[in-house]
Design a binder for this molecule. Structure first.
Ligand code: COA
Length: 166
């Protein structure tokens, strides 16, 4: 049976924590779609095109991973594409409270029996979030090993561009 899973998020930018979840899920499912959220409520550092380009670049070695974008309700996107599973990474117990609420609400909205599947974050990445990465990078802190090199370079470009007021 063909099984296709969705990994959704803002990915502003994608971190090694996300990448770890994506590559593990790619070993479990036939096909993984990374769904990049177009979120008007969250001010993004990277545009949707930039975020998708970055995700495509850093997942390029995973042949069963493709990248798409969506807006609006996650459940609508899931129903439209009939994903078998939505995979989420759990970093700490604090994630659990939010995740269980979201999973239970989504379960009511899914129309084709989609399951939410949780993978425990690798402990070496469990403290990472995209905001923390952006904050540390903006003050010149070392983020090597926490994001792919391509992401570090794109962040560097953004920060330099902001410094010049462009
Ligand atoms: N490794 C590292 N960081 C991780 C991570 C992991 N495994 N998992 C989550 N994170 C971090 C992200 O970096 C991000 O950090 P930030 O807040 O500092 O930027 C944070 O956790 C939140 O992740 P994000 O990618 O913004 O996703 P989210 O948890 O907000 O959920 C959706 C994204 C798409 C699942 C959710 O927003 C959604 O469903 N949106 C559509 C609207 C909708 O349907 N709402 C009703 C839901 S019931």
């Amino acid at each position: 049976m063909l099984r296709n899973a969705l990994i959704a998020g803002s990915f502003d930018p994608i971190t090694n924590g996300h990448l770890n979840i994506i590559s593990r899920a790619a070993g479990m499912y036939d096909s993984i779609t990374v769904g990049v959220l177009v979120n008007d409520k969250k001010h993004s550092l990277f545009s949707i095109d930039e975020r998708m380009d970055i995700v495509r670049h850093v997942t390029g070695d995973l042949p069963n991973v493709k990248v798409d974008s969506f807006s609006g309700l996650l459940a609508d996107y899931v129903n439209e594409h009939r994903f078998d599973a939505v995979v989420r990474g759990l970093r700490a117990t604090t994630d659990f409270e939010y995740e269980i609420q979201m999973a239970q609400m989504n379960a009511r909205l899914y129309r084709h029996g989609t399951e939410t599947v949780f993978l425990m974050a690798d402990p070496s990445f469990s403290f990472i979030s995209s905001s923390l990465i952006k904050e540390v990078a903006s003050y010149g802190g070392d983020i090597r090993g926490l994001v792919p090199e391509y992401v570090r370079e794109r962040l560097q470009d953004k920060i330099e561009l902001r410094g010049t007021g462009k």
